[in-house]
Design a protein around this ligand. Structure first.
Ligand code: PBG
Length: 326
């Protein structure tokens, strides 16, 4: 034993010292709040696998926005649930659809929010896939047009950030070109660059009624048994013009977040997905874990891994806890 031997515990001796030496912070500024917007009136439908999360019609949105604003949340990510679905996801391009309308409403009522929108057609298609289908094949290039038109529609409605989650090759470039061509050079692209085919999206698909009707998403989302594909997707999306790179899911993919953060000079986002949320809530409701504590711990760990921002269904409860702390 060398003398004096090391006593790492000295730096843990009091809360104040621990606060002095901590390396990572978590604040409402880092959190992005996902919202499921549906057609219709006076709808606030609970999702059984996601306690505290609702499908909201436009008229019920302001109460939720206010709650979020009041605890310091400043960014929202919108998902649309259309009242009609078809083979090609036509409703994704309806200017009177739930998402363009919600963007307008937020712009008018809470102009301080950064408004982000999910760009993908799975919620709008009868087959539930993220691309156009031909037989059982997911067609890449024909899907790029609808995705870039959808991004343009959201930008025109007033979105600050468009977030393609479909995993088609080349979609960031297609969207960037389309936006620039229409003078939306300031609209940011937050790319779901590194999106794994994961069992953790289950509750989201319940919420959106968007599960694939045949096959699975393995031909476009990534295989979780690797890292190289993640670095490649991140590099390609950066080259195509993404402003922010997202890794998804988060907690089982902290190594990937760290690798992407190290290898890219773009900001990195992480998505704490529906299954992660559901697991923490379920264990919390059973009294098996302290839900608040694990919520903060998991979000902070995602920050520690290297994510600047986190999309999380815990956004409002975490922000409330963080701002109420003495
Ligand atoms: C696709 C999309 C999905 C999620 C976000 N965007 C579902 C999927 O790929 O099946 C999942 C988010 C979550 O699980 O919370 N539009």
């Amino acid at each position: 034993m060398s003398h004096p031997f090391e006593r790492p515990r000295r730096l843990r001796n009091s809360a104040t010292i621990r606060n002095l030496v901590r390396e990572v912070d978590l604040s409402p500024d880092h959190l992005i709040f996902p919202l499921f917007v549906t057609a219709g009136h006076n709808r606030k439908e609970p999702i059984s696998s996601m306690p505290g999360v609702y499908r909201l019609s436009l008229d019920r949105l302001p109460e939720v926005l206010k709650e979020a604003w009041d605890v310091g949340i400043r960014s929202v990510l919108l998902f649309g649930i259309p009242d009609r679905k078809d083979e090609t996801g036509t409703e994704a391009l309806n200017p009177d659809g739930p998402v363009p309308q919600a963007i307008g409403l937020i712009r008018a009522t809470f102009p301080g929010f950064v408004v982000m929108t999910d760009i993908c057609i799975d919620e709008y298609t009868t087959h539930g896939h993220c691309g156009l289908v031909c037989g059982e094949k997911i067609e890449n290039d024909p899907t790029l047009d609808i995705l870039s038109d959808m991004a343009l529609l959201h930008a025109q409605a007033g979105a600050d950030v468009v977030a393609p989650s479909d995993m088609m090759d080349g979609r960031v470039l297609a969207i960037r070109k389309k936006l620039d061509h229409h003078a939306f050079t300031d609209t940011l692209i937050l790319s779901y660059a590194v999106k794994y085919a994961s069992g953790l999206y289950g509750p989201f698909r319940d919420a959106m009624m968007s599960g694939p009707q045949f096959g699975d998403r393995a031909s476009y989302q990534m295989d979780y048994r690797g890292t190289k594909d993640a670095l490649r997707e991140a590099r390609l999306d950066a080259e195509e013009g993404a402003d922010i790179l997202m890794v998804k899911p988060a907690l089982a993919y902290l190594d990937i977040i760290a690798r992407v953060a190290d290898s890219s000079d773009l900001p990195v986002a992480a998505y704490q997905v529906s299954g992660e949320y559901a697991m923490i809530c379920a264990a919390g409701q059973n009294g098996w874990i302290d839900q608040d504590r694990v919520m903060i711990e998991s979000l902070t760990a995602i920050r520690r891994a290297g994510a600047q921002m986190i999309v999380t269904y815990f956004a409002v409860s975490a922000a409330r806890l963080l701002t109420s702390r003495p």
